[in-house]
Ligand binder design. Sequence first.
Ligand code: MIC
Ligand code: SF4
Length: 649
Amino acid sequence: MGKNIVQKILDSHIVTGTPAPGGVVGIRIDQTLTQDATGTMAYLQFEALGFDRVKTELSVSYVDHNTVQDGFENADDHKYLETVAAKYGALFSKPGNGICHQVHLERFGRPGKTLLGSDSHTPTGGGIAMLAIGAGGLDVAVAMGGGAFNLVFPRVVKVELTGALRPWVSAKDIILALLEILGTKGNADSIVEYGGPAVAGLSVPERATVTNMGAELGVITSIFPADEKTRLFLKAQGREADFAAGAADSDASYDRVITIDLSALSPRAACPHSPGNVKKLSELSGIKVDQVLIGSCTNASCRDITLTAAMLKGRKVSPAVSLGVAVGSRQVLETVSGNGALADIVSAGARILESACGFCIGNSAAPRTDAVSVRTSNRNFFGRSGTPSAQVYLTSPEAAVAAALSGEIRDPEEFFADREYPQITVPDNFIIDDSMILKPAADPSKVTVYRGPNIGAPPTNEACPDTINGRVAIKTGDKITTDHIMPAGSRLKYRSNIQKYAEFVFEREDPAFAKRALDNKEKGIHNIIVAGESYGQGSSREHAAICPMYLGVKAVIAVSMERIHRANLINFGIIPALFETPAEYAKINNGDELTISDVRNRINNGVQLTAVRKSDGLSVNLRVELTEREKGMLLAGGLINECRERAGG
Ligand code: MIC
Ligand code: SF4
């Protein structure tokens, strides 16, 4: 039986475990990436784990999220990251060099390699045929130290692409169509592998748009083959030597096959407040738009920005609209400033934003109250834009420009009906200038790691108690994202200061949560979070586990839970428990006092836990499915404690 691409890469990287359905495998990680919002904690943990050197083939530390610098905090983090990278052997991409996923694709991604990143959009690298996975910072710290990354042996879903995209329909519409089919939950054990005759017609940046937003499906990752388009992209980046062909065997098998006929696709949008809430643009036509933002790691490549410029050329943005453009990398910025495209964007009336995450993470360009904002980014979770009452729609650059010019949501096929689709060219040879990527120090002993007042020691937990004397500190609904748990935006600057950042846990859901939880903790009451389906969707931010841990949360009991967040909970010693049925969830209320007894013994022996309500004796069974490795971490109170125990410390 032939092999698919995922199997081939796994075969050459599995170091432990059972490569069979239901098994858990440990894989060798060739490359890692971190970004500043998660990276500071990842490197603090790398240091706390006692590693003396980065042991991967390549580790890059990017600064792209917290670039607002309204105070010393962000800049303190940047300097810490720069010096810690120099000392331990990582590359450091300075603020201004671009968004981690775009830069990594351009300068470092290699077909057939594994990449682990402390950012959920790390799967962008699948566009260049890497097995690229997002994880919590602690897992990345372990991988930087040479440790394996553990994952469930995946189901591989093939997405067969046929036909060809019509003009004005683009890569974003492919992934929006797949989100319509697969939704944003229930896909945690799958990897999507693209194939079929239409793949050859898609450039690497277009493929990367698709794999980037694959994160919104909740899958482990997504991957395209490495073919002639991949080779040409690497050649244009001066890296042809990094090319290695990668294709599925003709008789490869898959767990599921989904076919998408690109010729039949029409432009779409993800409507408020979920990337899975997809509708055809023709159904939304006429909605008045206040703001349009083009950029983010999804759609800010040279192709996207050059196309944006071509569509705007000679026209003016609607007076009702504020258009902002943030290019994905310094390379893209230099290219479009050299070829005149940037001037076309400026002259149409756009605001040029920094090449960084910026608006996408809600730390700038928040729209007005009740605004409609059309964006080319990948997430429109409630409140993420920085304005809770705003309605955010996610579209392709083509649809975003149609909205900017008309002041309304429009289907670009209809809006541009009288125009030819712009024939754009991207360089055969990109401008190669890595001067904003700093190399590790030749003599690490000469580097002193800078620790400004914003840099604290990573907090640790106590060992898992034998009895949880708990209180439900919050009961949430379905699809609670890590943006709900741990808001980013203006709060981002506290990422290295857990005590302060913890004040904002569930800030928008229940502003009194943090204080209440801390009061419980001080009284010796253990906090419990109760949640519905798909708890912890979205980002990889481990702060959504660390800060609740700091507030004394001992267990999350949910109907279902997403992959990265579940792993983060275990890494920080919080029990990820599941209700046996959704009906059980309905029985538990906010404020209920729950006792969970014999916890250590039951976890150790793989026996389900039981929560008993103090007021009426109601008893609810809880499923806690853990691997041996996870049991050890949980009982020790998290991965750092466990490593210290193993080291006899
Ligand atoms: C995001 O897009 O939500 C982020 C901000 O990039 C996060 C990482 C973070 O919270 O720092 C992600 O995707 O993992
Ligand atoms: Fe940055 Fe947005 Fe991409 Fe996250 S999704 S890495 S915030 S650009």
